[in-house]
Structure formats: C-alpha cells, structure tokens
Ligand binder design. Structure first.
Ligand code: HEC
Length: 146
C-alpha cells in the first residue's frame, strides 16, 4: 500500500481575489482541480506540485463518461493552434459556465457546466491560464452523441 501523503505543514490559505493570477491558480489547481482532468493522465499527475504533472493543462487525459467511454480532455494552455490561446475571455466563460464551445458544439457532460462560477472567478481562471506554459498537443475531440 502506498503511504498516505503527509498533511501540509501550514494551512492552505486562498490568495485574495484581487491578486487575479494567484487566485486563478488557487482555483485551477486547488479548489476546482481543473488540472487533474486537463493534464496528460490521472496517473502522471503530481498532486503535491501540480505544475510538475505531465502535460500540465495540455489535455489528452481520457476521462470516463457515464457509459465508461473515454472523453479526452481539452488542451487549455495558451497555445494558439492546439490550446485556447486564440479564444476570448467571453468564449472561455461560455465554455466553462454553459458548456458551449466557440464553434457552437456542446461539451460532454464529463466537463460539467459550472454556472456557479462568478465573473471574478472566471476572470481569475482566465488570467492564470494565460500564464501557463503553452503545450503543443492537438487533442482530437470525441464528438458528443446525445
Ligand atoms: C472531471 C474532469 C474535468 C474537470 C474537473 C474540468 N474539466 Fe474542463 N474538460 C474536461 C473534458 C473531458 C473536456 C472535453 C469535453 C469535450 O470535448 O466535449 C473539457 C473541456 C473544457 C474546455 C473546452 C475546451 C475546448 O477546446 O473545447 C474548457 C475551456 C475547460 N474544460 C475548462 C475547465 C476549467 C477552467 C476547469 C476548472 C474550473 C475544468 N475545465 C475542469 C474535463 C474536466
């Protein structure tokens, strides 16, 4: 059996929402754990140091849907060709909150619409994701069938 992780020695304190990038990192790697699905694979994630996860935010992780079929996660790094570097913040907001891609396609239920996110949270997530190193990884989307 693997040994459980040690408890963090200090409490994890959320950075102030005014520090957009730091707050966005807290949301994306802590509170909402976006990186877990959006890096290369659950098995190569580094939960203690998320930035060391293979393909950090570069997508390609086969996440199981309700029918246990894989839906590959999207590349949400700022890479212009294979990530969301050419998107606007509004397009990002529509995808994350309402499950609607810029091309009008709905996102799989595996990426649940997070309508609960506030404008400040969306804006912080967006600001933080702009600072993530771009990853070249062209993910082929699994079209939504329902
Ligand atoms: C349970 C796993 C999971 C979590 C957690 C998750 N995502 Fe996703 N996300 C996915 C999958 C899988 C897709 C691809 C869905 C599809 O192609 O229909 C996706 C798609 C997206 C897209 C659309 C990108 C594109 O090119 O179509 C964006 C933007 C996104 N996620 C952002 C986020 C953000 C921001 C968070 C955290 C607040 C997050 N995701 C958390 C699994 C997840």
């Amino acid at each position: 059996m693997p040994k459980p992780f040690d408890y963090p020695s200090k409490p994890i304190v959320a950075p102030p929402p005014t520090d957009k990038v730091a707050y966005g990192r807290y949301l994306a790697t802590g509170k909402w754990e976006c990186y877990r699905c959006h890096s290369a694979n659950f098995e190569t994630n580094n939960d203690l140091e998320p930035e060391k996860s293979a393909g950090f935010f570069g997508g390609g992780n086969p996440v199981a849907d309700k029918a246990n079929l894989p839906v590959v996660s999207a590349n949400i790094t700022p890479d212009k060709e294979t990530g969301i570097g050419a998107w606007t913040e509004e397009q990002f907001s529509n995808a994350v909150r309402f499950g609607k891609r810029p091309d009008g396609q709905p996102l799989s239920h595996v990426m649940p619409p997070m309508a609960i996110l506030t404008d400040d949270e969306i804006s912080a997530l967006w600001a933080y994701l702009q600072t993530v190193p771009p990853v070249k990884n062209a993910v082929v989307r699994v079209p939504v069938k329902h």
